[in-house]
Design a protein around this ligand. Structure first.
Ligand code: 1HN
Length: 363
């Protein structure tokens, strides 16, 4: 006997739907777009350095850092995300402006943060009391639940990129926050942070009995090396390019003890593309924020070309086909949610055919 799969023209069906709604129940059979063939909830988006920098500077002139969160931070708010201050469904991206003589006081929270420095000099970040000097091109970590505060004792303002897992942690409803006390921290500007003294030895680790620099619930999950200096990143990329003779190279910032990603939720990479070269086209499950540190060129995302110069920031959505072309030698910093997807068994990646450019982003 033939069975019909759907028959909701029964006389009582309207009553059923009304009663389901009253009972806070929803049938799966009316859901659309729940199980998509592939991810696709976000479009690519770009923010221009000129705009970011101008508005960060104006905020520096007009707004103190003692507002909500005690930081002068402008978040990348993706227009697809309904006015939320988030760059993607999992990632927070922002520019932070700290003027000369300013101090962003101590606090800690479960979302993990990283800073990639874009402009300025002379800022010290204290991570669980360890003073870390910040300079352009440096990557500095504040793992989950570590105390952190930023000091700018000099005259020059500093602007850096903040990458956090705030949207992910919020969706897991696992946000905890604790403000620090009112007393100002004293610190000695040492030539190297304690973290770098212990763990920055390029493959050499303390033998035993060295107390951890980071004592927090995430200890052992996040890298104990808290600063990755631009000179080391630059040298690693140059060596790779020299030895392979290729025009592209990329490195992943790793925990020196385990080789794992810097945080349980965040991956950071630096991609170098020399003038005239184009990267392979790759799709990855999970989203990313790219920060152009140096150079100029374009990124093609699902057939749309976005041209960029230094300081521009762009979002690549989950499973979008992505490749980069450089006009001038270019360095691109990437933060992604890769480790979170890996931990959950959701990671996928594939290399695809080089894409045609269907559309040029007009701006
Ligand atoms: C935060 O604590 C900082 O400490 C920057 O510099 C950005 C965005 C959301 C929540 C906390 C910082 C942040 C943040």
């Amino acid at each position: 006997m033939a069975t019909s799969r759907f028959h909701d023209d029964a006389p009582d069906v309207d009553g059923l739907y009304a009663d389901l709604a009253t009972a806070d129940l929803q049938p799966l059979w009316v859901q659309e777009g729940l199980l998509t063939r592939t991810p696709g909830r976000l479009t690519p988006h770009i923010w221009r350095w000129k705009t970011l920098r101008d508005l960060a500077e104006r905020s520096g002139d007009l707004v103190g850092i003692d507002g909500g969160g005690d930081r002068r931070v402008l978040s990348l708010s993706h227009p697809d995300l309904g006015g939320q201050p988030f760059a993607t469904h999992t990632l927070w991206g922002a520019v932070q402006f700290l003027g000369g003589g300013e101090l962003a006081p101590a606090h800690r929270h479960t979302p993990a943060a990283l800073r990639f420095v874009l402009e300025g000099s002379g800022v010290w970040t204290l991570v669980n009391g360890d003073p870390i000097h910040m300079a352009p091109g440096d990557l500095v970590l504040t793992p989950s639940w570590t105390w952190h505060e930023h000091h700018n004792p000099g005259r020059e303002p500093m602007i850096w990129f903040d990458g956090l897992d705030v949207p992910l942690v919020r969706n897991l409803d696992a946000v905890f926050f604790e403000p620090g006390g009112d007393e100002l921290s004293d610190y000695e500007p040492l030539p190297s942070s304690r973290s770098e003294i212990r763990y920055g030895g390029a493959g050499l680790l303390p033998v035993s009995g060295e107390p951890a620099v980071i004592e927090d619930p995430a200890s052992g999950r996040s890298s104990r090396l808290l600063a990755y200096r631009w000179a080391a990143t630059d040298a690693a990329l140059s060596r790779l390019i020299e030895s392979t003779g290729r025009g592209v190279a990329s490195v992943r910032y790793a925990d020196p003890a385990t080789g794992r990603d810097i945080m349980p939720t965040l991956r950071a990479e630096l991609h170098r593309v020399l003038a005239g070269h184009r990267t392979p086209t790759i799709r990855t499950a999970g989203s990313g924020i790219w920060v152009v540190y140096r150079g100029s060129g374009a990124t093609v995302i699902d057939g749309r070309r976005f041209r960029w110069t230094a300081g521009d920031m762009l979002v690549t959505p989950s499973w979008a086909a992505v490749d980069h072309q450089a006009e001038d030698d270019a360095d691109l910093f990437l933060v992604s949610d890769g480790p979170a997807l890996e931990a959950l068994g959701l990671a996928r990646t594939e290399t695809v055919e080089q894409q045609d450019v269907r559309e040029d982003d007009a701006r």
